[in-house]
Design a protein around this ligand. Structure first.
Ligand SMILES: Nc1nc2c(ncn2[C@@H]2O[C@H](COP(=O)(O)OP(=O)(O)O)[C@@H](O)[C@H]2O)c(=O)[nH]1
Ligand SMILES: [Mg+2]
Length: 454
């Protein structure tokens, strides 16, 4: 991995044109580089933690690059725990790039993606789960996922994980002492109670993790059915805009089309698909292949049938394709009279909702059914601590298994070193959530997904 003790710089604002744009620096030379390129306005003074107005001037040519606000903060009370400096200029790609180039010419290195936050982590300003929350916060798509990210950034998840880890470390310390010393030197201790309590703590975190993951990542919903049942109309109705082309001609939708809605805090990607049918048309055939693929990759299927017509064999065939994956059955076109179809036997485990994509009747019930399906019927209280990252869930599951194995080994009367191996593994798994036991590979994977400048 690259050095983390030199001075790095990057544009911290997104590419494009905006009101302001920020070049940020972190590292030992952040302040001296700022002093070289920044000229305070007459009468102003560049002092620590005070915003100063002035110009960025290329010292080699004397050219004025921008009028800016600038400040610096000395280590250690900064985001990276290093000296940091910021130049807030006008938000255009050319002036920002030119300011950055001068800064780089005077000794800074271009920051790697996520390097500011990696430095914050390595220097103890944030733990790993908090660092991951920084990215979740930036990428949050709904208020619910935003709230979860803020919570995690504040350290609530880390605190809960650390409490469990500490309990296990106490058990481990005792087990290791009991291996090395006699029973007189280290009197026997109860380990069943702390192990059981750790198992319970992990269980509580895992309990709602699937819902938390759905809030953070959203869910993919494939709208499937045979041609002309109203799939595209339903997409438009749920989006409340005329996004997809709707006609009475079967085979109108030939490609899949994706749009995201916010359904009770869950970002739902709705995928309108081509009607699944036998077709001679080559484009339509390709569309049907995509529909099948969309269905395969979806978290949830929305199977639409036309309630104004008797069911056809094709409806049943598509229901077979849906199989036993999570699904909602939509009986559409209720405005044409009460459903003539009997869908009782179709997708018997899925909720059935009668709607009209044209009048909007039944849409609130459909949204309710969708929300229940993706959240498994659970609604989160707003103060609930949610695990929302699949990485954390997987590590918690590992930890739970090892604690269980340790308890079983102890109950079977196996020697302390057998028990301690599993306790150690659980401690390691939990430490990988907060970063105490994270490998360099893991850090690379996590931070390379950040943007440059964060
Ligand atoms: N009466 C009525 N017509 C509908 C309804 N939903 C869709 N349609 C009509 O059915 C035809 C096919 O709709 P479309 O959304 O393109 O179906 P798709 O092929 O499944 O995407 C169009 O003429 C729509 O106006 C509905 O709820 N009621
Ligand atoms: Mg369509």
């Amino acid at each position: 991995m690259y050095a983390l003790d030199d001075t790095v710089a990057a544009v911290g604002t997104p590419p494009g044109h905006g009101g302001i744009g920020i070049v940020r620096l972190s590292g030992p030379d952040a302040v001296s580089i700022l002093q070289r390129v920044f000229q305070p306005a007459h009468g102003a003074d560049l002092t620590a933690r005070r915003i100063t107005f002035g110009q960025v001037i290329d010292p080699d040519t004397g050219e004025v690059l921008d009028e800016v606000l600038a400040f610096y903060m000395p280590a250690p009370r900064t985001y990276t725990r290093q000296n940091t400096a910021e130049i807030q200029g006008h938000g255009g790609p050319v002036p920002l790039q030119r300011i950055l180039n001068v800064v780089l010419r005077f000794g800074a290195r271009l920051a790697e993606p996520g390097e500011f936050t990696l430095r914050a982590f390595v220097n103890g300003r944030l733990d790993l789960a908090q660092a991951e929350a920084v990215r979740d916060l930036i990428e949050a798509q709904t208020e619910a996922s935003h709230r979860i990210a803020v919570d995690q950034l504040g350290g609530r998840l880390s605190g809960a994980v650390r409490r469990v880890r500490r309990q296990l470390l106490d058990v481990l310390a005792y087990l290791e002492a009991s291996i090395d010393f006699t029973a007189e030197e280290v009197p026997p201790q109860d380990i069943v109670t702390p192990l059981g309590s750790a198992a319970k703590g992990i269980g509580r975190l895992l309990q709602d993790a699937d819902q938390g993951i759905v809030y953070r990542q959203g869910a993919r919903v494939a709208i499937v059915g045979r041609p002309n049942v109203g799939k595209s109309s339903l997409l438009n109705a749920l989006l409340r805009v005329e996004r997809a082309i709707v006609t009475e001609i079967p085979g109108t939708t030939r490609d899949t089309l994706e749009e995201t809605i916010n359904l009770r805090g869950v970002p739902l990607v709705l995928i309108d698909t081509a009607g699944i049918a036998e077709s001679e048309d080559r484009i339509e055939q390709l569309g049907v292949a995509r529909s099948r693929e969309a269905l395969r990759q979806a978290d949830l299927a929305l199977l639409v049938v036309d309630g104004s017509q008797p069911l056809r064999t094709a409806d049943g065939e598509i229901a077979d394709l849906v199989g036993n994956r999570p699904a909602v059955l939509v009986v559409n076109k209720s405005d044409l009279g009460s459903p003539v179809v009997d869908v009782g036997a179709m997708l018997p485990d899925a909720p059935h909702v009668v709607v009209s994509a044209v009048t909007g009747a039944g849409l609130p019930e459909l949204e309710e059914a969708l929300a229940n399906a993706v959240l498994s019927g659970r609604v989160m209280p707003s103060d609930c601590l949610l695990v929302s990252n699949p990485r954390h869930k997987a590590l918690l599951e590992q930890a739970a298994e090892h604690v269980q194995a340790a308890l079983e080994a102890h109950e079977r009367g196996l020697p302390a070193d057998f028990v301690s191996i599993d306790v150690m593994s659980a401690v390691t798994a939990l430490g990988a959530i907060t970063g105490e036991t994270a490998s360099e590979d893991l850090l690379n994977t996590i931070f390379s997904q950040f943007c440059v400048g964060k």
